[in-house]
Write a protein that binds this ligand. Sequence first.
Ligand code: ADP
Ligand code: MG
Length: 603
Amino acid sequence: MSQNATIKILDEQLCNQIAAGEVVERPASVVKEMVENSLDAGADDILIELAAGGRKLIRVSDNGCGMNRQDVFLALERHATSKITQAEDLFALRSLGFRGEALASVASVSRFRLRSCAGEDGLGQEILVEAGQVRKAQEVGMARGTLIEARDLFFNQPARRKFLRTEQTELGHCADIVSKLALACPQVSFRLRHENRTLLELRREKGLAERVAALLGRQVLEDMQQVTAMDEQTGLRLSGLVGQPTLSRSTTAHLYVFINGRSIRDRVVQHAVLDGYRHLLMKGRYPVVVLFLDLPPAQVDVNVHPTKHEVRFRQQREVHDFIAAALRRHLQPATWVQSPRGGSPDPEKTPQGRPVHPEREPETAVHDGLQPQYVADSGRFPLTLPPVATPLPAARLLPDSGVFPSPHEGSFFANLRYLGQYHNSYLLCQDGEDLMLIDQHAAHERIGFEKLKSDFARGAVPRQSLLFPEMLELDFRSIQALDAHLDELAALGFEIEPFGGKSYVLKAVPALLAGVSCAPLLVDIALELEQQGQSSVLQDQLDEVLIMMACHGVIRANQALDPREVRALLEKLDQVDFRGNCPHGRPVSQRLTLREVERMFRR
Ligand code: ADP
Ligand code: MG
């Protein structure tokens, strides 16, 4: 056994690299740290320039307070910060940064340049660092502010560099971070450039609403409503914008939550938000919200995660219930649409409430076919029904021209004896001695799905040109996703053209979806494509996308069908490659045997 100590104190350089392992995961982490520093420095104009998705170059320049000559050198040391001096400060934070690690970490894993000027003399200090080693320091002429550059991230750590994803994916993460920081600071101008393209150009705005419009689109803003809530006792405050239930998404990507000004993904808060929307959204749908929760700094610990993406609350339950209750109050149905039978929104409950699109009401909330108890039974809120809820002529639902390539052998469904329709939703049929219940909506969905699938396979999805092209506004990431798949979307029957900026114009839709507003569907498809990553082809997600389309085209509210329409539906079901379930996995039909019925009556 050796008598020498085997434990060693690691050198500074290695410590920085280890710290970098926690703080710097990818280019977006560098963007986050640098932009947060700019905001802490009081900048109101921030330029972010990237090359190769940030893998080659990340440069952040600001017009903040800058650093003097001494500070430029100190800033690069680990645990060097101007933002706190004692432990108590951690619970009275006013700045985004406080760990004093970011610059040292980034400099240890890149070719790094820091240039800063604090005075009005037009003279700044510049240092060049490579993998943590200072290479050069000099005076440079510059205006007040700071420029920080990180090139070739992880160039000295090939193993970590391999973890970086494609340029598009990394760029997407960077844009995401900038979007979040920009939502939290509407008064600051942000520009994001990638190589020679400007991806985001956000002017200084008066407030959150204008920033949301610039970032997520005017259409989205129109479907949002302000919320504010405050609890004197606990000091909790909530403010921001919440989307009406029809403005839903297939992922949580558009749940923007800020806690004391920081973008945070917190389980408790997310749960509370969804709780606030309970019964208003269909399963698997998520709202669009931009919410700011402010609480006394002593009530929340932000120092639980190196990148500060998470927090810990002292009174978790209290925070949860406060948020959920505040949202529930604001999301009263009356806030969105005036009650069809005379009631009007209660001004007490909706201080900032404005009825959103009251003109849509006839399509969504009330129509002959839609009975309130249907809605109550299914636990759905009427407004979640998209405009397709309007009963349409059955001819469109069950196109007689629809030919299925692989007709099913037998004709099981066509041979059933039709007894009647129950609750305008279920078909009661008799098969021998048994009772068959068929969910007409699930059946429609299944038929639509199969038809789309076979049309697509034959390369012949019938499309219909729109008399009035639909405009859609997408956020940056969705645009990326749609752009990458325009050809495949065309094969699905969507004709989409860029219309400048964030806008696209939809000129044709799959014939199956004629008469249905497709803009929300395309947003969902974009999210789906984006989630799967740019590299995968649409083919991999085809079923998912076809399911979305089929589901979108189907009448979801209950609808009376005449016996002729029922016949047509049953015949179509026979032609489907039928595995018993609608594409969502819900059963299309159920059987009750005579025995089971008899047992119910104790016979
Ligand atoms: P932290 O932000 O936690 O203090 P950093 O490593 O990110 O640690 O930054 C170290 C210090 O460098 C900061 O405390 C700040 O004084 C200074 N600094 C960094 N970026 C800027 C900037 N853009 N403008 C002015 N000062 C900056
Ligand atoms: Mg910092």
